[in-house]
Write a protein of this length. Sequence first.
Length: 425
Amino acid sequence: MSMDVVIAGAGMGGLSASIAMGLKGQQTTLLERREVFGEVGAGIQLGPNSTRLLQSWGLSKALETYAAWPSHIEVFRLDQQNALARLSLGESFKARYGAPYATIHRADLQAILYERMQAIGQTHLCMGASLRDLKSTEQSVQIQVQMQDQNSGSSKTRFSFERESSTPQNLQAKALIGADGVSSDVRRLHWPLRHIHATPHLAYRTTIAQKLLPLKLRQSCVQVHCGPQMHWVHYPIRSGEWLNIVALIEAPIDDAHLQDTLQTPLQQTWLEHIPLELSRQHFRLALRGAHSDLQDLFRAVGEWSPWRLFDANPLQGAHQMAKGRVALLGDAAHPMLPFLAQGAGMSIEDAALLAQHWSHVEQDETLRLERYAQSRWLRNAQVQKRARLNASVFHARGMLSGLRNLGLSLFGERLLDMPWLYGYR
Ligand SMILES: Cc1cc2nc3c(=O)[nH]c(=O)nc-3n(C[C@H](O)[C@H](O)[C@H](O)COP(=O)(O)OP(=O)(O)OC[C@H]3O[C@@H](n4cnc5c(N)ncnc54)[C@H](O)[C@@H]3O)c2cc1C
């Protein structure tokens, strides 16, 4: 079957690209390996660079319904109750950047993107369809798709689909967009030399209903608590009714279990079987000396989901994002540590620019993809670099942490406000 654009991966980036292209009248075929949508129970921060685009795609009302609107970002030393630095996210912030700072549950974001995509009606979504192979020639790109076993037994949700038995196993397209995440098959097949590596960073995530917490632990802002080799972030989601918490911990590298996961091929970032005692040990070490409010919050929550974090060197040129009739988008193009909270933001920006360049129908298709990559690689590289820098700043020890604290207390607001990031247009 022949089609214009095939997108592999219906995560934040793939759904966004389908919306942005659909709004420009461009039909897409979206392949998703999973049989049903389902997101980990965790939150996501969206700077005004992302919310501006989501609003322009007609999602203002949906965001109003599902998101929370934190009043500030505050940074603390792990052992202190007074903030080192504070950035107001109120009206003046919104006016400065023309859009708000939002926090939202990932499942809610996925659901509103999906619903918008369906309402636009330009996307043929194939669930349970895994891209297995590709071949790009001058005239087209051939894509081999493997359908999941019908009887894999996944439970259905509000956003599940009956599999389309008509989905062909071999597709031919004018362009293929790899939006298939950090362990991208499109990147592996088309850019075999690009290297992604596991890091010693673990992200432990959880959410809790704020009403279950004592008043002093409930939050209406984004709080970042920095300690040696760790930091802890929490913020409201679901109209402020829930609290999202993530503890980012550099796990001792000599743990046998973690050594194994570091050496496993890049398959999963989700560590389902991390032993409970090992998790407890990570938290014991990470929260040594932490302020009593954090200790109380830690004791109040139930289960944590641990994730191994991956990273890649910052992009070095447009050629790493587009080659011939194949382009990458989101984590597939630029995996990054989540220390700037902008991975999904970059996939949303990528999607908008891809749609913009693809709409130049007077140009050859490969040129359109090349122009897209040229417009995005430097921005993405800058964000990847800043995320790495934040890792060393947030997790600093000894004298470096003293310098960080001094810098934040003297220039806090200026350091937290990032016009180059939030003001991107
Ligand atoms: C702890 C943590 C906190 C974070 N916090 C934030 C934050 O606050 N703000 C922010 O902006 N970002 C944040 N991020 C980053 C963000 O989650 C990612 O950058 C974002 O999800 C990337 O979206 P994507 O669409 O590129 O990839 P994904 O969301 O990973 O989607 C890829 C999709 O492709 C599918 N797929 C994979 N292979 C195939 C195949 N061969 N064929 C078909 N489908 C395939 C997958 O099933 C998946 O649905 C955080 C990340 C972590 C780990």
